[in-house]
Structures are given as C-alpha cells and as structure tokens.
Design a protein. Structure first.
Length: 116
C-alpha cells in the first residue's frame, strides 16, 4: 500500500493529533494514521521505514517552510507545524512517492524533490 493511501485510509478511523504520533485517546497524526492502516498501530518510525523503504533514500522539501528533510520529517512538519489536514498531507505525499511501491535499489542516491 502506498504511503498516501495509508494516510487516507487510517484517517477515516480516528481524529487527528498534533505533536504525537498517537495519543491515549486514539487520535493519530498523518504518520500514525498510516501505521494504523497497515496494521502497525502502536509502532514508530523504524516500522514505517520498513514498510515504505523509499522514504529512507528520498529527500523532500516542505512546501510551506521549504525545509529539506526525509519525507517523514516533512510529514511531521506539515502535520504539527503547519496544521495541514491528513488529506492535504496525503495529497502532498502522493507527489513525492514513487509510482510503484517497490523499494529503491540500495545503490540509488537520494533524490531531492521540491513541490511548488
């Protein structure tokens, strides 16, 4: 499952959280919603990077503050700092995730993606 799809699917199940992947009352940020969708509801970043391997070798730029980082850091920035909805974040993720869900070759170099 693509990361953008997982964010959308997981978002249906719970309210959005800010400042935490998941909260004791069941709210989840965009990242937490994606983990919920793939059956890893109480896991953190290492599990995400195993599911969405492309995020390890990809650099992205936050479309709001222009900070360059790994995709999950940009997702956190959009969720926590800019208060985007998880649907808006999923739309952005869709612009940076690969068309296929196969992990990149270990020989590939990070790619810098800037979205206007």
């Amino acid at each position: 499952m693509k990361l953008s799809e997982a964010i959308r699917l997981g978002s249906v199940a719970c309210a959005q959280s800010f400042g935490a992947t998941f909260t004791s009352d069941g709210r989840r940020c965009a990242h937490g919603a994606a983990l919920l969708a793939v059956g890893l509801p109480n896991k953190e970043y290492p599990a995400s990077m195993e599911v969405w391997c492309w995020t390890i070798r990809t650099q992205a730029i936050c479309p709001v503050c222009k900070a360059a980082s790994m995709p999950f850091s940009v997702i956190r920035c959009l969720n926590d700092n800019h208060r985007w909805t998880r649907s808006q974040i999923a739309d952005w993720v869709e612009t940076v995730e690969p068309a296929d869900i196969e992990p990149p070759s270990l020989d590939s170099k990070p790619v810098l993606v800037e979205v206007a």
